[in-house]
Ligand binder design. Structure first.
Ligand code: SF4
Ligand code: SF4
Length: 310
């Protein structure tokens, strides 16, 4: 699978496409935080919980639950790409992503996924929450997608935020250019959440579209520096990452490097609706949350670790 390239224009103009700013988060680092969801990722995890952040380009999202069936979207579409009788609603082959239908939709059922920001515009948005960071010892967490897709952008944004005394965290899939990351971003960070999905490179390639050799090297490089908290995070995907064998191999790898803390991210099936609303193909479609037996097995494997709230 081809990595998702950074559009040259966006890189040159130091703009980044953002899907969402989630304010008042309590789960992605210390204190009250603002999460920035960057749009674009070099991986193609079959279970991606944020499918609207996979691609760097703007996408059209449809939410059938809030559609009032007025038909305004179909009437506005010059490409005749909308069929109100079709449960998928949009013919993605015919759609040119002009977004005319979004502008006429009265209910918000049609939405743009992704908006371009300059560093200054995003900085201004983030700083609206500055009092919350100050009083809660919180800060900002870069998420996605993969924030390092926009490495020059996050470097400049981080420089500005750090000058304002803001605590910075990044959630990364680990597939980034090591030299650029170390030089341009790492000096500004206060902590890192680093995804570890598989130890076996064959499984990693099978389920994410990419092997994990660079990811593991990047993880160990950060671990060896030992200068800021580096928290491995494991997405628990039943039958894929959350198998006894895979989790045991991750636990052994972390123990072998003296790591005692891990974040375990429980499976949430709600992403499947978002993926359908974007017209993405579903390669994995478990609809139920994790059951008691699965959780007991996972707790047992990580019984020697600090797993926080899990
Ligand atoms: S984005 Fe444009 S082309 Fe696509 S469905 Fe909407 S109106 Fe039609
Ligand atoms: S314009 Fe919006 S609310 Fe009306 S039919 Fe289209 S998607 Fe539904």
């Amino acid at each position: 699978m081809k990595p998702n390239a950074i559009p040259d224009k966006e890189k040159a103009e130091t703009r980044a496409r953002i899907v969402d700013l989630k304010r008042n988060s309590l789960d992605d680092g210390p204190g009250i935080r603002t999460l920035i969801f960057f749009k674009g990722c070099p991986l193609r995890c079959v279970w991606c919980h944020n499918p609207e952040t996979k691609h760097t380009y703007e996408e059209l999202m449809f939410d059938a639950k809030v559609c009032i069936s007025c038909g305004d979207c179909a009437a506005s579409c010059k490409e005749h790409a909308i069929d109100p009788a079709d449960p998928r609603r949009i013919d993605r082959q015919a759609c040119t992503r002009c977004m005319d239908c979004v502008d006429v939709c009265p209910s918000g059922a049609l939405k743009r996924a992704g908006r371009l920001y300059t560093v200054d515009a995003l900085y201004s948005e983030i700083m609206k929450d500055e009092p919350f960071y100050r009083y809660s010892s919180g800060g900002v967490t870069f998420s996605g997608g993969e924030p390092a897709v926009y490495i020059h952008f996050i470097s400049e944004l981080s420089r500005k935020l750090k000058s304002a005394g803001i605590h910075l965290n990044i959630e990364t899939c680990g597939l980034y250019n090591h030299a650029l990351f170390d030089n341009l971003v790492l000096p500004y960070l206060d902590m890192i959440f680093f995804d570890i999905k598989f130890i076996d490179p064959v499984l990693h390639k099978q389920y994410t579209g990419s092997t994990n050799d660079i990811i593991m090297k990047n993880f160990l490089s950060l671990h060896s520096k030992n200068n800021i908290p580096l928290i491995p995070r494991v997405p628990l995907i039943p039958g894929i990452t959350a198998t006894e064998q895979n989790l045991a191999s991750i636990a052994a790898f972390l123990s072998g490097h003296g790591i005692k803390k891990v974040e375990l991210l429980a499976y949430n099936p709600l992403w499947t609706d978002k993926s359908s609303g974007l017209g993405h193909k579903l390669d994995y479609d478990r609809k139920k949350f994790m059951d008691k037996e699965e959780i007991v097995m996972i707790k047992q494997i990580f019984s020697n670790f600090d797993t926080g709230k899990f």
